[in-house]
Design a protein around this ligand. Sequence first.
Ligand SMILES: [Zn+2]
Length: 347
Amino acid sequence: MRATLMYSAGDVRVEDVPDSTIKNPTDALVRITASCICGSDLHPFHSMTAADGPARMGHEFIGIVEEVGSAVSTLAKGDLVVSPFAISDNTCEFCRENLQTSCTHHEATFWDGIADEGAQAEAIRVPLADGTLVKLPVAPDSALMPSLLTLADVLGTGYHAAKIGGVTPGSRVTVIGDGAVGLLAVQSAKLLGAEQIVLMGRHQDRTDLGRELGATDVVAERGEEGIAEVRDLTGGHGSHVVLEAVGHMPAYEQAVGVVRPGGVISRVGVPQYADAPIGFASLFGRNVRLAGGPAPVRAYIDELMPHILSGEIEPGKVFDATTNLDGAPAGYRDMDERTSLKVLINL
Ligand SMILES: [Zn+2]
């Protein structure tokens, strides 16, 4: 079978690899029909050393079950399924609290934590298949496929930011970042009833899509200038909830600058820093709370899928380019150069 491998920063190749096969009774083997490249795949694309490669890539996919292990009870050959970016048993105490990214099962991990599997490939072995995979009630050629693929990560991640940030009807929200997660955080905030949604982003084609998805205001400036503009738009005090979908320190500093006293900074951009200000001048003095983490997207698939099936939301709009598996290396370059927002890989 063919799969995408990253050898080091900037070096992505599609090559023949050993076929994925069932190893454990709780596994399913899935033939992948749709995958994509994530903004978080760009972090290793910038920094991976040759000593860490080659690594199998991809953590978002939809596919058709080809075979199930003897202990799999809820899936059968032929089922169309979507996978979250994290594997979980969906039965342990954290899974029952809807925190599947903290699943205690010894096989629970993120796709990026399994060395010999990846979603940018023709097939994949899915551990804990009953807990991890969710059946899709549509045909594999459904026009809803791009939107359903966002359930694997970016929609659930944007929604997680809004949920744990406490967005409710009437909330005033600022979203930092105009990547796919930021844009779907905008859509999620709207879905939860936010009254004002300020999108901070510099790429006009993306912020235009952000307006289409629910942003009421756009601020292109960054740093102190951007903070001042958001404060002007929010009556001088800032937003109740700030959804930070970037992960770099300047985005955190912007979040601190635009959050209202008593408000919440909710981070879903994977932090590329370990130390950040939390003292009197930043969070404590204004009773600001800090939330966020890897989204338990498994928990949100059942909640969000009906909105896609009904046509109420169309998160698949974040895909502005489509390629095949051989086009994956070019897709990485296009996303890195910001000529593509998010690349869909049809198999
Ligand atoms: Zn669990």
